[in-house]
Every structure is written in C-alpha cells, then in structure tokens.
Design a protein around this ligand. Structure first.
Ligand code: F0G
Length: 369
C-alpha cells in the first residue's frame, strides 16, 4: 500500500519538540518535490562548460504556497498546546499567510503586521481570507517586527515569527527531507536570505543529521553542504555588515534591512565554508523567468534569488575545478503569490495578441507548418 503523508510533525516527530499532549495542527505540509533541473543543467554546461547536478526544492508546493508552513505547523501546534488564544507576526507576506491559515485551523486569533503597500497581492489575499486581523504598518518589515516583538512581550500574545524556536524546529525538517529524497547529502545549497530564519533552520537540520539524529534515515553521514545564501543587492545587511535603513528590492519577501537571525546566518556561512552574497534585481528577474520558462517551475521573485546566486557563481568560475557536484536550490514560495510581478516580467518576453474568434485569424498568426 502507498505510504500516506500526514505532514512534517507526523513524519519527523522524533526530531521535533512534540509530545503526546501536543495537538497536531497540520495541513499535511512538507514532502515537497525535489525536481532535477535538466534544462538548466544543459544550459550551464553549454554556456559555461560546467557540469552540475541541480535539484530544485519546490517549497511553493506547501499548502499555503511557501516554506513557512513547515515551521508554522510546529509553532501553532505548540501554541495550542500552551493554550494560547492569540498569535502575532510581522511579515513580508508569506509568514502572515501561513500563520493566518494555521491559526484559523487551530481556532486561535491571528494578528498580522505588514509593511504598508509592500507585500504581494496573493499573500495579502491569503491573510484576509483566513480571517486574520491585518494591520498595514506605515514603515518597513523591520519596524513591524519590532512592534510585534514588543506586543508579544507585554501581552498574552504568542509571536510566531522565526524568532519563535518552534518555527526553526519545523523548518529544519526540509534538510532531512532533501537528504531522504536524494539518498545522499548535497554538496551545495543555494537559498535566499531575508530575516535569516530559514538558513538557520536548514543548517541546524543538516548538522543534526550529521551528528546522528533520525537514525532511521539510512544515508551516509559523511559531509555537510556548503550554505550559499543570497540577499538582494539593495537589501543586503549581512553582506554589507550593517543594517540597511531603507531596504529596496523587487523581491518584497526579502526586503529586510535588519535580519532577526543575523548571527545564526553568519554561523551557517562560516561553519559550512559557504558564502552570503548579493544578487541584483535584474539577476533575480532573469532567474525568475528562466525557472518558469525552462523548467516549468513558477516561483515568486525572492525564491529565484537562489538560482540567480547559482548562475552568478557559475559565471565567476566558482565551479571550474569542481564538476559534477550536487547542488540544491531552495525555491521558497509559489509564483502565484505575486501575479503583478509575473505579468510585468513576462511582458518583456511574451506578447498576448488579440484575435477575432475564428480559426483563420489564429492560423494566420501561427507558424505551424
Ligand atoms: N523566500 C520567501 C518567499 C520568503 O517569504 C522569505 C521570508 C524568504 C525567502 C527569506 O527567508 O526570512 O527565513 O531568511 N519571508 C518572511 C515573511 C520574512 O514574512 O514571510 P528568511
């Protein structure tokens, strides 16, 4: 009989802070596709003579369309266990969508603080449809997070941003899942960095695997991947070494000037001998369209920072002497989150033509022979 997937808590409870008393609030998140990017591999081989094995971890396939669900199932289940009545988060969009959905399933009130006018339409639609109490803060994400933190310390309200350790615990399951899907540990992991919770979680997961956690996972524990994190050029506090007051990037999800998990991200970079570097908005948009048009994988702009980073490192000759390595790119969120950006970007490549509703007028425009 086929194995049924019942979410990350059920699958990974051995490595999560879950007891018999924890009410499991799940929407069967996790178990997302790890897609071999053959067309991208071919392009890179042809243009740069570098042979890589590239895998795309498509976290947009989670129930609310982003990786946040892995952490949210644990954070909301623990909040429920602790009898929380209200949760709060600041968000560039995906955390709020996920928190709102899981809180509604748990019958918990959800307060969401978003930077005014700076979150993608799909994400806002989710937060309001799931019945969250949404406040648009006249400020950026960093200011909204400061507010959320303060409210959660002064009132009986649980913070479900990635500062909540249960979020990190849930998100670390993605490392174990990648290893399970591959049957080996990848050599490199490319990923976007915003508030830096996700790179923290992945690194924690990889280290725990290396140290022997989840013994039922029978894969050689022989190495750790290099963590290659990418911030948008106009929102790159870790790379610049100082907070950015007015972060700017088309990738609104990672428009963050003072990441909460800054030090953990640096730790992941240094311990793994990886990098945290920048990618330009132009490079993000190029990778964004490439993923959709070449691999059939539609992501939101922030997610494309991983592949933009990979292409940047291919171009600068980083892989020259290291052919045939295994690279995983984390695609953090679904493309439908940000339809405005998709339409604007695709306009450069595709024109929608208007035609009369008859076959002659279509055929005239098509080159089918
Ligand atoms: N990609 C997407 C699609 C995101 O939504 C985020 C963060 C990141 C990457 C970066 O992950 O913050 O753990 O380094 N989104 C948060 C939010 C900030 O509020 O939804 P990170």
């Amino acid at each position: 009989m086929a194995r049924v997937w019942l979410g990350v808590i059920e699958h990974f409870k051995e490595i999560l802070p879950i007891t018999e008393k924890t009410p499991v609030i799940t929407m069967y998140e996790g178990n997302t596709p790890l897609i071999k990017a053959e067309n991208l591999e071919f392009k890179i081989k042809k243009e740069y003579n570098v042979k890589l094995n590239i895998y795309l971890k498509y976290e947009g396939a989670n129930p609310t369309g982003s990786f946040k669900d892995r952490g949210m199932t644990v954070a909301i289940s623990k909040a429920k266990e602790e009898n929380a009545k209200v949760v709060i988060c600041a968000s560039t969009g995906n955390t709020s969508a996920s928190a709102a959905a899981y809180a509604s399933k748990a019958n918990i009130r959800c307060i969401v603080l978003i930077p005014k006018g700076a979150i993608a339409l799909g994400k806002l639609s989710q937060a309001v449809m799931h019945g969250a109490e949404v406040f648009a803060v006249e400020g950026n994400f960093d200011e909204a997070l400061k507010l959320a933190k303060e409210i959660s310390t002064k009132y009986p309200v649980t913070l479900v941003n990635s500062l909540n350790p249960h979020r990190i615990e849930g998100q670390k399951t993605a490392s174990f899942e990648i290893i399970e899907q591959l049957g080996f540990v990848p050599d490199y992991q490319f990923m976007p960095v915003g508030n830096a919770g996700n790179i923290t979680a992945y690194w924690k997961g990889y280290k725990e695997f290396y140290e022997g956690k989840l013994p039922s996972l029978k894969v050689k524990r022989d190495k750790l991947p290099k963590m290659m994190g990418f911030q948008a050029e106009g929102a790159a506090p870790i790379v610049r070494g100082k907070p950015i007051k007015n972060p700017k990037t088309i990738a609104t999800a990672i428009r963050i000037g003072n990441p909460a998990s800054w030090e953990f991200a640096e730790e992941a970079r240094d311990e793994s001998k990886g990098v945290i570097d920048t990618v330009k908005d132009k490079e993000i948009l190029n990778a964004y369209y490439l993923l959709s048009s070449l691999e059939g994988v539609f992501v939101e702009p922030a997610s494309a920072a991983s592949v933009a980073g990979l292409l940047k490192y291919v171009k600068i000759g980083y892989f020259e002497k290291k052919q045939n390595v295994n690279v995983v790119c984390i695609l953090t969120g679904h493309g439908l989150k940000d339809p405005d950006c998709a339409i604007t970007t695709a306009k450069k490549y595709v024109k929608i033509k208007t035609i009369k509703p008859d076959i002659k007028s279509i055929v005239k425009q098509l080159n089918l022979s």
